[in-house]
Design a protein around this ligand. Structure first.
Ligand code: SAH
Ligand code: SF4
Ligand code: F3S
Length: 477
């Protein structure tokens, strides 16, 4: 069968950065007439992987699908349309998706009328799209992160020709506003403040899959926050790969802090933001966090490594000492702040000494929690071309040693909560046990608790009865 290749991803093109300010498009999305009832009496199965930005993209996709009258379902077998909204940050994430799509080959063979789509960051990778075209004939439509808004048109194209259709842009231009959205949560909401990343840490694929940094206009962000507040939502989570760079492309001075304060002024009850980069962190942001009670005192500040040599080879743009100075500054201003981080072990040629320096840094910062990863080479990134003599076995051991240390400090950080009362935004019954509610405290601790009916969506005072390394148990007061 022929393929309908409208546009293939191109890694070299994705690496280039234009200096032009981004256009903000308010009316790029439209639903072709033929797509308006395409989903009538049909079901979709949408599976999203990866970071919160990708979850937010999944919410846009769900919004578009429901505008076409598709209804959601939980099982691939029940669906007419299957969409895998993927993540490319580590090979394990990719293998998971390819495994699942592979396992569903039979389903497609039995029901050729079912439509299989792959989108998200994996679709932005040249090598992956080639692999899919070669070995996964069950996939019908591949589109990328920059042309999500074209999904209805691409679906019509596919239905017209019934040939595997690929359209992936490697260069973005616009900030696209006014896309439909179906929010997955009724008490909190993700709000994109910017897209893309210009940092090019040497191990990371994100700048290639998400394009250059583009900020949304402050007025559009504030309008969205206000709407969410009016709908009764209690928490907004501001999203960007490097939120501290917000507004630079718009010529704003100290853009992120300015925006953060404006968001706080809306009076929405809780504000969080991900992800901060140590290099661009501004003192004014610390002061804003201190000033506004509705900015939660919990900060996720990825460090990646405690070794200056590794940090330099990662192109992170700071030393361990500089990171620690920033950490001290925050702790001095807000001693109660909760700190979390991301750490990579097994970067190419990371020595025992480098790794020890990471452990030392963890001892210094005593994080509340951390996401830890074994380095995964990403094709096309500079680190993937570096020599690496460290055996996989050693990397796995390092991860285990690090995880034990992280769990130790997480447990220590939770001990003082025993007998205390914390404010929890109740998300509803826990997935594991519907007699128990679940939610997050102001410091972003996962809290499981019992209480009377009707607490979902409310901020509840919970007395902590038991503490674990990564969660707290309690009872609503
Ligand atoms: N923009 C954010 C998040 C990026 S991805 C930031 O800069 O912090 C989330 C985390 O995945 C990163 O912080 C990093 O720890 C990890 N990561 C990214 N690329 C990786 C790779 N090639 N191998 C292993 N972990 C990786
Ligand atoms: Fe990746 Fe670095 Fe950008 Fe984060 S800041 S998305 S780790 S390149
Ligand atoms: Fe993954 Fe793409 Fe996010 S690679 S972490 S889904 S930006």
């Amino acid at each position: 069968m022929e393929n309908n290749i409208l546009k293939m991803p191109d890694l070299k093109q994705a690496a280039s950065r234009s200096q032009k300010a981004s256009q903000v498009e308010h009316d790029l999305f439209h639903l072709p007439e033929a797509a308006q009832t395409l989903g009538r009496n049909k079901k979709y199965y949408l599976r999203t992987y990866g970071c919160q930005a990708n979850v937010r993209d999944g919410e846009t996709l769900a919004g578009i699908l429901e505008l076409m009258e598709y209804t959601p379902c939980d099982k691939p077998e029940d669906a007419d349309l299957l969409i895998f909204n993927t993540c490319a940050v580590r090979r394990t994430a990719e293998l998971h998706v390819l495994g699942l799509v592979g396992a569903l080959k039979e389903l497609k063979e039995k029901h050729p009328e079912k439509i299989f789509c792959i989108c998200g960051c994996m679709a932005q990778e040249e090598a992956v799209v080639k692999e899919i075209l070669k070995s996964y004939p069950q996939v019908d439509l591949i589109f990328g992160t920059h042309n999500l808004y074209r999904f209805p048109q691409l679906l019509l194209d596919y239905l017209d020709r019934k040939e595997t259709t690929v359209e992936v842009y490697s260069q973005e231009g616009e900030v696209i506003e006014d896309l439909p959205v179906k929010r997955s949560d009724s008490c909190k909401a993700f709000v994109d403040i910017m897209y893309g990343c210009n940092k090019f840490c040497t191990y990371c694929i994100v700048p290639y899959t998400r394009g250059r940094e583009r900020s949304r206009l402050q007025a559009d962000i504030l309008k969205e926050v206000q709407q969410l507040k009016d709908q009764g939502r209690k928490e907004v989570i501001l999203l960007g790969q490097n939120v501290n760079a917000y507004g630079k492309d718009l010529g704003m001075e100290d853009g992120f802090t300015t925006l953060l304060k404006e968001v706080a002024e809306t009076g929405i009850e809780r504000i969080r933001f991900y992800t901060s980069h140590p290099r661009d962190y501004s003192r004014t942001t610390i002061l804003a966090m201190k000033q506004y009670p509705n900015i939660m005192k919990a900060l996720h500040l990825p460090v990646q490594s405690g070794s200056d040599d590794v940090l330099r080879r990662m192109a992170r743009g700071y030393t361990a000492e500089q990171y620690k100075a920033l950490f001290d500054d925050m702790k001095n201003e807000m001693p109660e702040i909760a700190f979390t981080t991301d750490i990579i072990v097994g970067f190419p040629n990371e020595t025992d000494e480098d790794f020890q320096q990471t452990l030392d840094l963890v001892d210094y910062c005593r994080y509340d929690a951390a996401y830890t990863f074994v380095y995964s080479p990403r094709s096309g990134t500079p680190a993937a071309r570096m020599e690496d003599s460290i055996p996989a076995e050693v990397k796995r051991e390092r991860l285990q040693i690090l995880n034990e240390k992280i769990a130790h400090y997480a447990n220590l950080a939770n001990q003082p909560y025993l007998g205390q009362t914390v404010k929890v935004l109740c998300e509803g019954p826990s997935k594991k046990n519907d007699k128990v509610y679940t939610g997050y405290s102001e410091k972003n601790k996962l809290v499981n608790f019992t209480g009377p009916d009707g607490l979902a969506g409310k901020i509840v005072d919970v007395k902590i009865k038991e503490v674990h390394s990564f969660s707290l148990d309690g009872q609503a007061l």
